[in-house]
Design a protein around this ligand. Structure first.
Ligand SMILES: [Zn+2]
Length: 472
């Protein structure tokens, strides 16, 4: 054999081995509650009325596109537990169940557990509590997603290397009488980091770490991105840190959940949804930069676990008009506005709706009449004021949230905050149909090694199955 022939043979064999090997690095981005309308609303907000396509969201630049159905074993409308289980294991289960089959007898192996055995490092990130349904679907096996303490125990026993984002809902069990999960984590050789300073100093190592954001809301989740203050880490910084921490010669699997896209949609707060979708998208950019350096070895997968809120671009009152950038008038989430209201109430500065207009203008850019609508502020209509007046009365006298009419109006949320987000969303041409999830299919975007396998229209379980098949 001559040398030239040997060289060609070597090149062919090498490229064959590169293309035939499964991805060394896997990024799995899950936007909780993120359907097409959430993505499109974020895109329209980021771009402009003149050119609604540019600049494109990073996820929309991924070349492979798919669509997945999201129903669970027992419901057309899934919750995040069976949806996460389908994505992580390739199997359907009942609503509320994590990592077990519908009979609750069999444990379903997750792709993260499988790849850990293959020698990869594993990272799990979520902007909600780290024991919540979506992250738990990658490491836990529980009949109820609400058994947070049991889920947390499985988490510290998982052997996964990097957990980051929110905290634990019941760190000492539901009654507060169990061994602290922080102690159990330390016993399992996890280093706990709970300050921005500690997070900044975190360096790649052979150890295992749990990073909890320095500021958490009452549900132990990171704040909405629209409310993020300096000194709190963002999903982008956490993703960057995870890559530094996990990178090694055997590769890694990293799941990143934008968990509060869903929560904002439950509350029908489009601004909070859009901001959380945008920061989620920026964290995808971090993975795309990594892919530039390892193009043959990296797979990036982006999807939602289901849609939340029945969000639509289009509202009855605005007919053929939608001006999504108007959402920019909102400066804080509904949740932060709840706090503003609570303070005003406590200080007895809320005797009538008139007392509230300055705060409404500041937070939502809405004013009570046309003559006050300067600097791009929007005047509310007579009908808006009527609704707001009713919401004010209901807020003051604490409405019955079980009553059908109240539920349809407010979904169990703060009557004033939800009415204000509804009014502003409607001005922007955004409508909602529910305070829960919906059954519509959600998009999938992919790039890199084996990404072609994710083109087409399929079920959520096919994503889990395909991920496993790449390594079997
Ligand atoms: Zn949800």
């Amino acid at each position: 054999m001559n040398k030239a022939f040997l060289f060609v043979l070597l090149v062919v064999l090498l490229s064959f081995s590169v293309f035939c090997s499964a991805p060394k690095y896997v990024f799995f981005f899950i936007g909780d509650g993120m359907g097409l309308a959430q993505i499109n609303a974020a895109q329209l907000y980021k771009s402009s009325m003149v050119n609604a396509e540019q600049p494109k969201l990073h996820m929309l630049t991924l070349p492979v596109k798919g669509m997945q159905t999201t129903h669970s074993y027992d419901s057309f409308i899934t919750d995040s537990a069976p949806a996460g289980t389908a994505l992580a294991t390739g199997y359907k289960t009942k609503n509320g169940v994590i990592g077990l089959d519908p009979t609750l007898k069999y444990r379903l192996e997750t792709i993260a557990e499988f790849l850990l055995k293959k020698g990869k490092k594993i990272g799990i990130i979520s902007s909600v509590s780290i024991d919540h349904a979506t992250p738990a679907s990658f490491y836990a096996h529980q009949a109820s997603r609400n058994d947070y303490y049991e889920i947390a125990i499985e988490m510290v026993n998982s052997g996964f290397h990097f957990f980051a984002g929110g905290g634990f809902i019941y760190p000492e069990g539901k009654k507060g009488d169990q061994l602290s999960i922080y102690e159990l984590a330390k016993n399992r050789d996890y280093t706990l980091i709970q300050t921005y300073e500690g997070f900044s100093k975190l360096t790649p190592s052979t150890g295992k770490v749990i990073v909890i954001n320095s500021v958490l809301d009452s549900s132990k989740a990171m704040p909405y991105d629209i409310d993020r203050q300096t000194g709190e880490f963002s999903l982008v910084e956490i993703t960057e840190k995870a890559i530094d921490f996990l990178d090694n010669e055997k590769g890694f699997f990293l799941m990143v959940e934008g968990g509060k896209i869903d929560w904002a949609c439950h509350a029908n707060d489009a601004a909070a949804t859009i901001h959380d979708t945008l920061i989620f998208d920026e964290s995808i950019k971090v993975a795309l930069d990594f892919l530039q350096k390892h193009p043959q070895e990296t797979l990036i997968l982006v999807t939602g676990d289901h849609e939340t809120g029945g969000l639509s671009i289009g509202f009855a009152g605005t007919k053929y008009e939608a001006n999504v950038p108007l959402i920019g008038l909102q400066k804080i989430s509904f949740q932060d506005f709840d706090n503003v209201l609570a303070t005003l109430k406590e200080e007895k500065r809320l005797s009538s709706l008139n007392d509230l207009y300055p705060a409404i203008e500041e937070a939502f850019g809405l004013v009570p009449s046309k003559d006050k609508a300067s600097n791009g502020k929007i005047a509310m209509s007579e009908y808006d004021i009527e609704r707001l007046e009713k919401a004010f009365q209901d807020y003051v006298k604490q409405y019955d949230s079980k009553n059908e009419k109240s539920y349809l109006l407010y979904g169990g949320y703060n009557a004033l905050s939800v009415t204000l987000t509804h009014i502003l969303n409607e001005k922007a041409g955004l409508g909602w149909t529910t305070y829960s999830h919906t059954g519509v299919p959600v998009p999938v975007y992919a790039i890199g090694n084996s990404s072609d396998a994710f083109a087409g229209y399929y079920d959520n379980t096919d994503i889990g199955k395909t991920l496993f098949s790449l390594y079997r």
